[in-house]
Design a protein around this ligand. Sequence first.
Ligand SMILES: Nc1ncnc2c1ncn2[C@@H]1O[C@H](COP(=O)(O)OP(=O)(O)O)[C@@H](O)[C@H]1O
Ligand SMILES: [Mg+2]
Length: 253
Amino acid sequence: MKTGKTFFITGTDTGIGKTMATGCLTALLLAQGYRAVPYKPVQSGGIWEDAKLIAEDVAFYRAVSSLAYEQDQLCTYCMEPAVSPHLAAQQTGTSIDPARISEQLDMLREENELVLVEGAGGLAVPLSSDDMSVYMTIDLLKELRLPLLLVTHPGLGTINHTVLTAAYAQLHGIPVLGLLINRFPGEPNEMEQDNFSMLVRLTGLPVVGTLPILAEPTAHAVRAALPAIEKTVNVNLLLQRLEEAQNTWIHTT
Ligand SMILES: Nc1ncnc2c1ncn2[C@@H]1O[C@H](COP(=O)(O)OP(=O)(O)O)[C@@H](O)[C@H]1O
Ligand SMILES: [Mg+2]
């Protein structure tokens, strides 16, 4: 039986901090006693190490938290080319099958209370394409009925990036749990403070947390920063929003 609650972690762009957020949230949830696990359905830009293709995002999760799973259980498709998943799939002769992702997710849900699914890039990213159609990340979210958490930044450009991503999710009927603002300075300047409140005002979404700027973003530094992160991330709000989002999906069946 599937029991675990699941949400999808997306970002306003690639490199915004989805892996950082997934690693931090998993570690926080585990520290608070939840059986939580991260999952990366599709990773491009895999790196060869000892004749094995390593999914760097999964390696990061595993370095931050001790997880009872091997890479293959936490990542369904790991491809070497560092390009959009649909192109990496074409270049490597891989056929990305949403049913396989769904099965692997079910396996993780059966064994965990919470599954944190990290997307590749942002929401408008193609996962596969043929002459007839393009299968987008947003299509996978609809198929798996996952709400999402949007990772963003407090700097110049964030209002446009964040409002557009939230509007795209809303256009497709995907519930958004809230915003997680990565690289939020200890002493935000006037623009960063204004961006924070403008994001809330324009999207109507709550900020479920902020993550600090780490001098060295290593797994060790993340573990050391967890007590501070626990104070800036509202896990209860995140879980409450997740509960509400699941009810929304149920009522739109
Ligand atoms: N809060 C942070 N402080 C310092 N460096 C960060 C922070 N968040 C992310 N980084 C660094 O920025 C890069 C991109 O972050 P990552 O989480 O991998 O982004 P994404 O998963 O969205 O592509 C990585 O090198 C990561 O270590
Ligand atoms: Mg990542």
